[in-house]
Write a protein that binds this ligand. Structure first.
Ligand SMILES: NC(=O)C1=CN([C@@H]2O[C@H](COP(=O)(O)OP(=O)(O)OC[C@H]3O[C@@H](n4cnc5c(N)ncnc54)[C@H](OP(=O)(O)O)[C@@H]3O)[C@@H](O)[C@H]2O)C=CC1
Ligand SMILES: CC(C)(CO)C(=O)C(=O)O
Length: 368
């Protein structure tokens, strides 16, 4: 380990609190920035208290603005739902320093490209690391407390530009421990986030519980039929990855490495998690990021990649249509990151290049 580091975390929800606790426990110095101020209000006079897979009690530094967060930290970490990413990246981009490392946890919808382009417009180059998920899972509790449900054994990771991969891995291991699986660029990371497909099956199977505000066990309600749907959704994701020549983990490896249960059917693995007390609690509202984040920022990108790769993701496409019908919204059009990148102007080859460089530019047409 190369000494304590100052980490500025954008976000003050479950993952921001849990990740800050892990960092503090490992001897680092986290600072939290709540975009509205609401997320850090409870820390005024009370320590952050983490229980579960990480146990910690400490007073994190609090930032009053994105500018302060960037100025007073060595490394930045984005830890909030994807529907807040564009706003937060826009707020941070003017203040990121050359070479200042930014980690996105979890990465969604080419957010790393959006940030790299904003920095390039200022003439600033900084390594950006995208994780397929989070190092911890958890839920904020009342006050300044967070329950950390699990510490993942493996997190898929890539860095743009790819020349920064080794130094980024060293940094991530120093900060969070030896748990990172390098993947081949941002498209692999996009296809490594299993939340969208898993949450689609879970939310479809339990939408009335969510809408009626019930308290329900998530793991227990991955019943055999919901589990089979998740397995079938996974086959679509794996087929797209294969067509693009990318290696990603399976849903079985995901549950095994994240929740430490032996490999079985997805329903059986979830029942084991429930029995061990880390099956989690499902959303108690239909206004849940399982839909409002994961449909526009997750399912939509997978569907786009499926079309580009010639492997139409029929179930993913159906999920977007069904949720849009249920909610009376056009979820595909809600993706602010892909809209800002104007993704439809680019070819698959342009995306594949951007997945390694961070910069999305149309290849010049060959002169004939
Ligand atoms: N919790 C978990 O176990 C897991 C979470 N993830 C992913 O990690 C990410 C963070 O999740 P989690 O911490 O649980 O989410 P939370 O809902 O707990 O995040 C709350 C934070 O997000 C900020 N925020 C919410 N909406 C916006 C917005 N529109 N603009 C700006 N900021 C906003 C809030 O700001 P404010 O402080 O101003 O209120 C707050 O700081 C998500 O992408 C999620 O899918 C992945 C796997 C597991
Ligand atoms: C609960 C868990 C860990 C699995 O669905 C999750 O991924 C989330 O809260 O986003």
């Amino acid at each position: 380990m190369s000494g304590p580091k100052r980490i500025g975390i954008a976000g003050a929800g479950s993952i921001a609190f849990g990740t800050a606790a892990l960092l503090a426990d490992r001897g680092h110095d986290p600072m939290l920035w709540s975009p509205s101020g609401a997320g850090t209000a409870a820390l005024d006079g009370a320590p952050l208290t983490a229980t579960g897979a990480v146990e910690a009690r400490f007073a994190p530094r609090i930032a009053g603005s994105a500018a302060q967060l960037a100025a007073e930290n060595d490394v930045l970490l984005i830890a909030l739902p994807a529907y807040g990413h564009k706003m937060v990246l826009d707020a941070l981009a003017p203040h990121v320093r050359a070479g200042q490392h930014v980690i996105i946890s979890s990465h969604a919808s080419l957010g790393a490209v959006y940030l790299a382009q904003a920095l390039a417009a200022r003439g600033v180059a900084a390594p950006i690391t995208a994780w397929g998920t989070t190092v911890v899972t958890g839920r904020r509790q009342d006050g300044a407390a967070v329950q950390v449900n699990t510490l993942r054994a493996r997190v898929d990771s890539c860095t743009v530009p790819e020349s920064e991969t080794e130094s980024a891995l060293t940094l991530c291991r120093d900060l969070f421990g030896d748990r990172f699986q390098p993947r081949d660029g941002l498209l692999a990371i996009s296809l490594s986030n299993l939340n969208p497909q898993n949450h689609m099956g879970i939310a479809l199977g339990n939408i009335t519980r969510m809408e009626r505000g019930e308290v329900w066990s998530q793991g227990q309600n991955v019943t055999p039929k919901v589990g089979r749907l998740l397995e079938q959704l996974d086959l679509e994701r794996l087929a797209i990855a294969e067509a693009l020549g990318l290696e990603v983990k399976t849903i079985f490896e995901h549950f095994h490495l994240s929740f430490h249960v032996p490999v079985a059917s997805i329903s059986e693995m979830n029942q084991q998690m429930h029995a061990r007390g880390n099956g989690g609690t499902g959303p108690a509202t239909a206004d849940s990021r399982y839909v409002t984040e994961d449909v526009p920022y997750g399912l939509h990108l997978t569907a786009v990649l499926g079309r580009l790769a010639g492997r139409t993701a029929t179930l993913h496409e159906a999920g977007i249509a069904i949720f849009s019908a249920m909610y009376g919204r056009d979820f595909a059009s809600e993706n602010a990151l892909l809209a800002a990148l104007r993704l439809d102007r680019f070819t698959l080859e342009d995306l594949q290049r951007a997945a390694r460089t961070g910069l999305l530019r149309a290849a010049p047409h060959p002169v004939s």
